[in-house]
Design a protein. Structure first.
Length: 259
């Protein structure tokens, strides 16, 4: 990985990253939409195959850290097929109390449709929405999460400010995202798997090598753990903390709104 490949996905120069390419900013959203339009149908299966099921463990840790409680409201931004929202509601259940509710907000209708097709889930609403301009009231959520979504957003700073805006004072923010392996040995194995196996699995299972090539490249363009934590503080979050998962292949960033 070169230094130029590790720059942030947004820039003030009018360009944005799309995998290893720099493209005009206004083109990124459409290209990302194309990726998820094409991968929506096989999205859940590909997640399991590409991560060897480990994404389930990472999501489980995220939900544990979110500490869902009855009656709370979650906004799952870039929520796709709704894994995090479903788990949040399930984990909030206590005898005799109303469970949590959640909105899965995603820019891509095909991803939401794939989520709805997975079956009814009590307490979940689905909304087509851009993370950069959330159609929700200020201070309306007890918890905001974004799982493997922030990397795809064109204006990351704007999206982070939006997620801060919709959180109630004291509300919890959690961002699960691919990150930077903490050792050279892990990075080497991970690079081998992701640059070779993942695009091939994409071609074989989803008949779409290109989207999965974008996936592995976009991960390398995303800022490392500390740089992203600084972006969260810049957006207004307090008590920002980072937990590395699987040796930094993914990281869970958490923070709070102080209102
Ligand atoms: C890798 S999927 C993650 C889905 C889900 N959160 C999960 O963990 O399985 C990324 C999602 O981000 C969505 N997305 C990309 N750009 C977005 C934006 N600007 N606003 C909202 N959603 C966006 C995509 O449509 C896609 O569903």
């Amino acid at each position: 990985m070169t230094d130029t490949q590790t720059v942030s996905s947004t820039s003030s120069s009018g360009t944005a990253s799309f995998g290893f390419r720099d493209i005009p900013r206004e083109e990124k959203q459409g290209l990302v939409r194309g990726v998820f339009d094409r991968s929506a149908r096989r999205y859940d299966l590909m997640n399991d195959v590409m991560s060897l099921g480990i994404h389930r463990v990472w999501k489980d840790i995220t939900i544990t850290r979110a500490r869902p409680r009855p009656g709370e409201h979650l906004i799952d931004v870039a929520g796709g097929t709704g894994d995090l929202a479903r788990a949040f509601i399930a984990r909030s259940k206590r005898p005799g109390q109303a469970p949590a509710t959640a909105i899965v907000a995603d820019i891509n209708e095909e991803m939401l449709r794939a989520g709805i097709k997975r079956g009814h889930a009590d307490g979940i609403g689905w909304a087509v929405a851009n993370a950069e301009c959330l159609p929700f009231e200020d201070r309306s959520a007890d918890c905001v999460m974004i799982g493997f979504g922030i990397r795809n957003v064109t204006d990351r700073a704007k999206a982070l400010r939006e997620m801060h805006r919709v959180l109630k004072p004291g509300g919890r923010f959690l961002c699960l995202e691919f990150s930077r392996p903490v050792s050279r040995a892990i990075a080497n194995v991970y690079d081998l798997w992701s640059f070779n196996a993942i695009p091939q699995l994409g071609a074989l299972i989803a008949k779409d090598r290109e989207s999965y090539q974008y996936l592995v490249e976009s991960i390398r363009r995303f800022p490392h753990q500390e740089a992203f934590a600084a972006e969260l503080r810049e957006a207004g979050f307090s008590q920002v903390a980072v937990t590395n998962l699987s040796g930094g292949i993914a990281a869970l960033h958490t923070g709070r709104s102080v209102g």
